[in-house]
Design a protein around this ligand. Structure first.
Ligand SMILES: *Cc1c(COP(=O)(O)O)cnc(C)c1O
Length: 345
């Protein structure tokens, strides 16, 4: 029913706030028994790729855009590794305001670029990485009075807490382990705040351990070292200087969780595993979560029987190039039944 409608009582909105709605949120929480049994855990996946623009960004964008309209904004701006721009562009189109998106040139997955363009955003390719694009977007926001809808916008994080609330409502409790990919670190901060909210409302007794997974080539939080030149196939988490680093670090510490890294190979393996053995196609950044659990299991650090939720943050169709590059090629035949029979054997 849309995040503002489902959770409006717990969000900072009033009668004056436009009730923006693309039916975001209320995404499926699916049990993955084939993979879970192998790891010795009860594994659940939150399919955030089922949101209207195909990623969790819609959960926060709906409130950020509603509040921007309430404050009289005439246009939106964001920097993006892809999904923020797709989401901002979709909501801007829905409510009828212009949207400027700054993308790191050549580093955005094909599906995400297609979305920003077809939704009608003004796309500006920056010859620099995401962190630089974000600085420029901030400057533009101040100089031109554009509403900034990156996760530096507090309404994004507030509204992303709804993901945690949905998980608690679905399971009737919090999971033991909440496993999530970490880029700019807004989402892990939002989920932790969301679980704590739900506990203080009396909805759950225990909080989960927060497990934040980064790509090895873009792991400032997992290594504790700055990362000036982030590099990974998982473009959505190709970020060297996370805006929400502080809150993410305290989420992990307070919950007794951990940060870990996975390699691009491990991410791709996990992507194939999720698709071919669970029927769930998620983009590479999302699959870092399963790769992280596999790594913990191999190190005998995964508590057996634990209830774990992985947040599959974005749809696999966002990045078809990466999927095709690692998949088997189709079998080619002529147009005869004999050739087909041979191909079937
Ligand atoms: C934005 C994004 C992330 C990273 O989320 P942060 O809040 O920046 O840590 C992970 N996966 C996908 C698919 C994303 O779009």
């Amino acid at each position: 029913m849309g995040v503002l409608k489902r959770y409006g009582t717990y969000l900072p909105i009033s009668e004056k706030t436009p009730k923006v709605n693309l039916e975001e949120g209320s995404t499926p929480l699916v049990r993955l028994d084939r993979i879970g049994d192998e790891l010795g855990i009860e594994l659940w996946a939150k399919l955030e790729g089922c949101n209207p623009s195909g990623s969790f960004k819609d959960r926060g964008m709906v409130l950020a855009v509603a509040k921007a309209l309430e404050d009289g904004a005439k246009a939106l701006v964001c920097a993006s590794t892809g999904n923020t721009s797709a989401s901002a562009a979709a909501y801007a189109a829905h409510v009828g305001v212009p949207c400027y998106v700054l993308l790191p040139s050549g580093k955005v997955a094909l599906g995400k670029l297609a979305q920003a363009l077809i939704y009608g955003a003004r796309v500006i390719a920056v010859d620099g990485n995401f962190d630089r694009a974000l600085e420029l977007a901030r400057q533009a926001s101040e100089a031109k009075g554009l509403a900034m809808v990156n996760s530096v916008n507090p309404y994004r994080i507030i509204s992303q807490k709804t993901g945690a609330w949905e998980i608690c409502e679905s399971l009737g409790r919090a999971p033991d382990l909440h496993v999530i990919p970490v880029g700019n670190a807004g989402n892990i901060s939002a989920y932790w705040a969301g679980y704590k909210d739900f506990k203080s409302r009396g909805g759950i007794k225990d909080l989960p351990k927060m497990i934040g997974i980064q790509a090895e080539g873009a792991a400032p939080l997992a290594t504790g070292k700055p990362c000036p030149n982030p590099e990974t196939i998982a473009t959505a988490i190709r970020i060297g200087n996370p805006v929400s680093a502080k809150t993410a670090i305290s989420a992990v510490a307070e919950s007794g969780g951990l940060f870990d890294t996975v390699t691009d190979d491990e991410i791709l393996k996990a992507q194939k595993n999720l698709a071919s053995r669970a029927g769930v196609f998620a983009e590479p950044a999302s699959c870092a979560t399963l790769a992280g659990l596999v790594k913990l299991a191999q190190a005998k650090k995964l508590p057996q029987g634990a209830k774990a939720v992985i947040v599959l943050t974005g749809n696999g169709l966002k990045d078809p190039d990466t999927a095709i590059a690692q998949a088997e090629t189709p079998v080619k035949i002529g147009d005869t039944f004999e050739e087909l029979l041979e191909a079937l054997s």
